[in-house]
Design a binder for this molecule. Structure first.
Ligand SMILES: [Zn+2]
Length: 67
């Protein structure tokens, strides 16, 4: 686990490859999470925002498969 406290309003946490972002700097209580993964068909890096395993190919490979 990695914890990165940016300032009094912004915090990043990394747990098992998932990144969590908490931000209250704009008084909007923003919470986001994402994971950096590699496309299963090429070397492209993808940002996965939820556990949608159908999305583990980049948009280019998706077009190739559907073609
Ligand atoms: Zn790809």
């Amino acid at each position: 686990m990695k914890i990165d406290i940016k300032n009094n309003d912004v915090l990043y946490v990394e747990i098992n490859g998932w990144n969590y972002y908490i931000d209250d700097s704009t008084n909007e209580q923003i919470i986001d999470k994402w994971k950096e993964i590699q496309c299963t068909h090429c070397d492209s890096r993808l940002t996965l925002h939820h556990m949608d395993w159908s999305a583990i190919i980049c948009s280019y490979c998706e077009k190739e498969i559907q073609a």
